[in-house]
Design a protein around this ligand. Structure first.
Ligand code: ZN
Ligand code: ZN
Length: 389
């Protein structure tokens, strides 16, 4: 709790930063104002700043003697969504909104940077990583490809996401998969179109496609280990232009979520096997395009214990949820965890009581400023624990 007091001193200042960022949301790789704001603040704290990785990424570095090196990451980008909140700090940019709380993440990491730059109560190197384009643009992956960990070597890397539905100030920390891999697919089912009243002279791709949608659900339920998790959602079906014409083909699109890399690897062949088999039964054919997206976010065992210890030191065991039920959502911090060991934790922001409590990606969402000192203090505790004097 002592560490949180350190941050309570500038709670109002952090709230002002957070609301400023919230009011000026920017989409993937266009986070110019946000990136400027972050760089200016870091420089103001006396921190060395590096810009330009993944276009709008920012890395701040504090080196305080010889010791281990730690990376801590926040995301800068907003979503293409029209905000429906009416408070003063609601989005000033039409069609853009901080509906995932990245404004809060950026602020908490900035808060930690401010504190650590002045206290320097650690020995080693801290890299504050502000990445663009988490929302579908793979900004974390691009930073790595552009040499993030060669330019800023770290022994371990940590991430944090706010979590509506958990009480404010409660942390969720688990080892192993915590967020899923998110792949997408296109299925084109081809039959033979014709007159709707003469189906015997056609191969109806709509009937075949309808069976494919159902049959795909047997992949999670029948051909995946019962304690492993897979979600296959067909989210779009497009076909036909007339009431009285059986179309030639159907286009389907969907999303596949998995936790285990070996399960993810099996998905394209499983989908093709089921779709081809079902189509063959109707005399139709099919074609699959399978696109791999963000990999699963998998926390390493040692670093998740380090995160859990920081939480216990900060807020006590009673405010730590160990091994929370993982989410089938996805997160591009996963690429950083593929490159270096680390841990991604959840910080509760509320349970639906007023602002800050509603769901991520909702047009009514707002980050709960109440937790800013707690989140920033978690970062500082992590550094002081891992890089002792
Ligand atoms: Zn999001
Ligand atoms: Zn997010």
């Amino acid at each position: 709790m002592t560490m949180i007091k350190e941050f309570n001193v500038f709670h109002a200042e952090m709230t002002a930063w957070r609301r400023d960022i919230h009011q000026h949301p920017e989409l993937m790789y266009e986070e110019n104002r946000t990136s400027d704001l972050v760089a200016t603040k870091l420089e103001g704290f006396g921190i060395e700043v590096h810009r330009g990785l993944a276009k709008t990424g920012v890395v701040g570095t504090i080196k305080n003697g010889e010791g281990p090196s730690i990376g801590m990451r926040a995301d800068l980008d907003a979503l293409p969504l029209q905000e429906k909140n009416t408070f003063d700090h609601a989005s000033a940019n039409p069609g853009k909104m901080h509906a995932c709380g990245h404004d809060g993440h950026t602020t908490m990491l900035l808060g930690a940077a401010k504190y650590l730059a002045s206290s320097k109560n650690f020995k080693g190197t801290v890299h504050f990583i502000f990445q663009p384009a988490e929302e579908g643009g793979g900004g974390g992956d691009l930073m790595i490809k552009e040499g993030l960990f060669e330019k800023f070597p770290v022994d371990s890397v940590y991430g944090m996401h706010n979590w509506p539905g958990m009480e404010p100030g409660i942390f969720g920390v688990g080892g192993g998969p915590i967020m899923a891999a998110a792949d997408t697919f296109d299925l084109i089912i081809t039959g033979r179109g014709g007159h709707c009243a003469m189906p015997d002279q056609c191969i109806d791709p709509i009937v075949a496609a309808s069976q494919v949608v159902n049959a795909l659900q047997t992949i999670p339920s029948r051909s995946t280990h019962p304690v492993d998790s897979v979600v296959i959602s067909v989210t779009q079906i497009h076909a036909g232009d007339a009431y009285n014409v059986i179309p030639d083909s159907v286009r389907m699109h969907g999303s596949v979520r998995t936790f285990l890399p070996e399960t993810q690897e099996k998905m394209p062949q499983s989908i093709l096997r089921v779709a081809e088999g079902v189509c063959a039964a109707f005399g139709a054919s099919c074609e699959l395009n399978y696109m791999k997206g963000y990999p699963a976010t998998i926390n390493s065992t040692t670093e998740s214990e380090i995160s859990a210890k920081a939480v216990i030191d900060l807020v006590g065991e009673e405010n730590l949820i160990r091994n929370p039920t993982p989410s089938m959502g996805a997160e591009d911090f996963s690429y950083m965890l593929q490159a270096r060991p680390g841990c991604y934790v959840w910080l509760g922001i509320g349970t639906g009581k007023g602002e800050g409590g509603c769901m991520l990606h909702s047009s009514h969402y707002d980050f709960n400023d109440e937790v800013l000192p707690t989140g920033a203090a978690y970062w500082a505790t992590l550094v002081e624990n891992e890089l002792p004097l």
